[in-house]
Design a protein around this ligand. Structure first.
Ligand code: ADP
Length: 565
């Protein structure tokens, strides 16, 4: 508190000195008319000197002194005594002179309350030496023939005014004290908030790093298992082995799906998902989606029905929209045990409205906001624990933000949930048809493919898969080996892991091979989901596949490599 006052006092000090010198000059002009000789000049000089000293020294004295308040009081006393000296000449003043001096001195005393904020009655060190002699002067230096009553009245009123200033100072100090406290509390709250924010940001970064590392480490073996399982599936097997291979494939796919959720979040956060906005008939997308989900719904003994207004056109990215619908209907199927799901498409107030309504377990109000957070799942014992990491709705939320969709939820526990999407309608009369890419027709390829990966298991699995696709495969464990091999033979396609041993990365390996075989088709494969790494690959303009890579994905790229050869 003292510290706050000191800084305020120092701030006001400069302004107060200017005020005192101005008042001094006014009184000096009066003295010049009433007193001849050097006295008025001497007084003005001493006042200016004291004010100048106060102006120059206060900061140093107050800040350096161990008792800043005592120093401030001393300086105020000195100024007060100096300013009061003209009162000694009261006897030679006319009535108007006296009134003038009185007003000036009362003004400075009043101002001193404000400049000291009434702190500890400090202003009295200035106001008392100014006003009390003034009061005495009115009583003792009464002019000839003046009314004694009036002189005593003036002399008495001045101390009363001083008492009034004391009360005013007390009130002012209370306000000052309160505002200091509020400011202090606000500042400490801000500091705490800043610290909490920093901690949250650090935790979030740590989480991203952890997820990227964990996902990378999990993707490596999963990638190998996936490729080996798919390759095995292409071979002649007895019925029992085929069944086991199928099961392996299903489990692998479920795991891959979960890791893909992490990847989607990273990609969306990294801002590298660029929507391809086209005009679409939203009812058509929804109807197709309904058909695609039919089998899953039937398997669970549920229905899925779509209802739509065929005239509703929207500008959207069809792939992302399907992903969004997939997450919502997937959840609806997961958390519904009786009845089923209705998806409605309608138009209202220039907006297209899509509603995904289920008759499932519902979501309690206290969870309705939280379920959009990453990894948040309602601790419901009825829940299907076999799938989902709690990322589905956070992906939905990010996709909605990307596609300009307003998302809302209404749900009653035990009765079901309704997720509503609202997006602007467009009026486009033509070409609102969907064009989905047809399934890739693979034909045996005779390509020379180089695989660069620092993990032997992954290299071998890739070899098995690619050989099954009819390629000749060359394996390299790093950039140097890739270069040596590329010098020795023709290469049609190079597939490199993004993160190689040491400081090497797949971009270097691809560049080395492509420098020797400019027409080679390049592909990067990565287990990393860290946003910066995704951006790096995007900037290099090379296709990037994410581990675990499905054999079909490899087959598609082999096919493309073949067609561009
Ligand atoms: P996940 O489905 O992987 O658990 P989501 O982010 O998709 O993760 O959903 C988070 C949680 O929200 C779910 O675990 C579930 O508790 C709740 N939830 C989402 N959709 C529904 C729904 N249609 N009905 C009931 N609960 C739901």
């Amino acid at each position: 508190m003292t510290q706050q006052f000191v800084s305020l006092f120092l701030q006001q000090n400069k302004r107060a000195q200017v005020g005192i010198v101005v008042c001094g000059v006014l009184i000096f002009l009066l003295l010049m008319q009433r007193i001849s000789g050097p006295l008025p000049w001497a007084w003005l000089a001493s006042l200016v000197l004291v004010s100048g000293l106060r102006f120059a020294l206060t900061q140093r004295l107050v800040q350096a002194g161990s008792a800043p308040l005592r120093t401030a009081a001393g300086l105020l006393l000195l100024t007060g005594i100096c300013l009061m000296l003209p009162v000694l000449a009261f006897a030679v003043f006319t009535d108007v002179d006296r009134a003038f001096v009185t007003i000036v001195l009362l003004t400075t005393a009043t101002a001193s309350v404000a400049t000291t904020s009434g702190y500890g009655g400090l202003f009295l060190w200035f106001a008392a030496p100014v006003l009390l002699p003034l009061s005495l002067a009115w009583i003792l230096a009464a002019p000839e023939g003046a009314s004694t009553w009036a002189m005593w009245g003036m002399g008495g009123l001045i101390p009363i005014y001083l008492a009034f200033l004391v009360a005013l100072g007390r009130d002012l100090f209370r306000v000052f004290d309160e505002s200091c406290r509020i400011r202090y509390a606000e500042r400490s709250l801000n500091d705490r908030l800043a610290l909490a924010l920093e901690a949250t940001e650090q935790a979030s970064q740590a989480k991203t790093r952890f997820l990227a590392a964990a996902s990378h480490d999990l993707r490596q073996p999963l990638h190998t298992i996936g490729l080996l399982t798919a390759t095995l599936g292409l071979r002649q097997l007895d019925a029992r082995s085929r069944e086991m291979v199928l099961m392996l494939g299903t489990v692998n796919q479920a795991l891959s799906g979960q890791l893909d959720g992490l990847l989607d979040v990273s990609k969306l956060d990294a801002g590298i998902v660029k929507p391809d906005m086209q005009i679409h008939r939203i009812e058509q997308i929804v109807a197709e989606h309904g058909v695609a989900m039919q089998a899953v719904a039937q398997e669970r003994g549920l229905y899925i029905r779509t209802h739509g207004d065929a005239q509703v056109l929207v500008l959207t990215d069809i792939v992302l929209m399907r992903r969004l619908l997939g997450n919502l209907t997937g959840n609806a199927l997961k958390f519904t045990h009786h009845g089923g799901i209705d998806v409605f498409v309608s138009a209202a107030d220039g907006m297209a409205v899509i509603e995904v309504a289920d008759t499932g377990i519902g979501i309690a109000p206290e969870h309705q906001r939280l379920i959009f957070q990453e990894f948040y799942q309602v601790g419901n014992s009825e829940r299907d624990r076999h799938s989902g990491l709690g990322l589905g709705l956070s992906i939905v939320q990010r996709l909605c933000a990307l596609l300009g969709i307003a998302l809302s939820l209404a749900s009653v526990p035990g009765q079901g949930s309704r997720f509503t999407l609202r997006l602007p309608r467009v009026d486009a009369p033509h070409q609102a048809a969907l064009q989905g890419p047809g399934p890739t027709q693979s034909s045996p390829a005779q390509l020379d493919v180089m695989v660069v990966d620092d993990e032997m298991d992954v290299r071998q699995a890739m070899r098995f898969g690619l050989e099954e696709l009819g390629c000749r495969v060359w394996l390299a464990d790093g950039v140097a080996q890739a270069r040596d091999m590329a010098q020795a033979r023709h290469i049609d396609m190079v597939i490199s892991d993004f993160r190689l041993r040491g400081q090497e990365n797949g971009l270097e390996a691809v560049r080395e091979v492509c420098a020797l075989h400019p027409k080679a088709y390049a592909l990067l494969v990565s287990g990393d989901t860290a946003p910066d790494r995704l951006q790096q690959a995007l900037a290099a303009g090379i296709s990037l596949l994410h581990k675990p890579v499905a054999l079909q994905e490899l087959a598609d790229h082999v096919q493309q490599a073949k067609s561009t050869r």
